[in-house]
Design a protein around this ligand. Sequence first.
Ligand code: CTP
Length: 398
Amino acid sequence: MFGKRILLGITGGIAAYKIAYLIRYLKKEGAEVKCIMTPASCDFISPLVVSTLSQNPVAIEFWNKQTGVWMNHVELALWAELFVIAPATANTISKMANGGCDNLLLATYLSMKTKTVIAPAMDLDMYQHPTFKRNLAQLIEDGVFVIPATSGELASGLEGQGRMEEPEQILEFIKSKLEFSTALKNKKVLITAGPTYEAIDPVRFIGNHSSGKMGFELAKACLSQGYHVTLVSGPTNLELVHSNLELIKIESAEEMLSAVQSVWNQINIGIFAAAVADYRPNKKAEQKIKKSESEMTIALVKNPDILRWASDNRTNNQFVLGFALETNNSLENAFSKLYGKNLDLIVLNSLENKEAGFKKDTNKIVILDKQKTQIEFELKSKKEVAVDIINTIEKYLM
Ligand code: CTP
């Protein structure tokens, strides 16, 4: 932790008194600590204690009433390698989830470029309340890490889940996040997504029903973990903007292949989620084809297999994951693609399951490896499936 820059946000809950210990532990590990307190938290722990232990002035208001000096929240956010908000009250979590900005801590959160971690603390019924759960889910989606509250005796005298995790455990979490993000910072992921459109003439094409949702969710999951992502996407209605994202939009399989080829030697992990058209018309008509004949035939030629090209051309020891969309003999077909295309992992998407597949928000997957391991997952939203896939890849890379 030596020299690591930790920004600590303290909000108004009884657990705030424990933050004195967390600051001590962080300082003992050699970290630099700066603290922001909400005005309400000053009723639970004195800014003097926080400032003395952190060996830095404490930021509370947007400007210092005595000196008239403005507190630069943007500078604080840029300084921090990690922003840890502990305790995080239901009120602060709600404002974070909804873009609230009525104190310095929230303005700093909105200015953060790196990771934010929260350690919620509240009474048990508040912790179970649907609005709190909704807000927490929103923050997780936004890439905030959550250290779940533990169970035990609460300030109200009731017993249940809502206690802020102990400072020793928060310290361990901070350490693991910092190590993990250093390892990931330079890793680059390539994701293919969506359908491809193979032109018949200037207005018609051969395509499929892929929405691109799975590939875009994978990109979001990677970005929220700190990866750099190149997303090569066929035509979809989806958009994604992120400072660590390069989005390359293509139409045909041949264009998708050249986009993949142009970046492949810089990539560490390749995830091939696109539903590439297997065939394309052997030539695109220059002009719109007229319906003069009673029958017509379009000659098709095979498209390049982009995944196979990538796996055969691993210049950087890339980890390669493919998808298998199957309607019958699912496991057998998926295993033969895994071996045939020499993949590290394959995600089997079986259309034998009605909740899975094109244009659905849910998916049920099995991940297969070359040792014939089958990791089965429950039916989940594509967002959750994406996180499962990334977590599985990371386990294989560790
Ligand atoms: N894929 C690809 N390029 C292609 C075809 C498929 O990159 N031209 C990738 C897909 O993105 C997916 C995997 O290969 O990760 C499996 O695709 P799928 O269409 O299910 O398998 P195919 O190899 O095309 O076999 P088939 O259509 O005969 O089932």
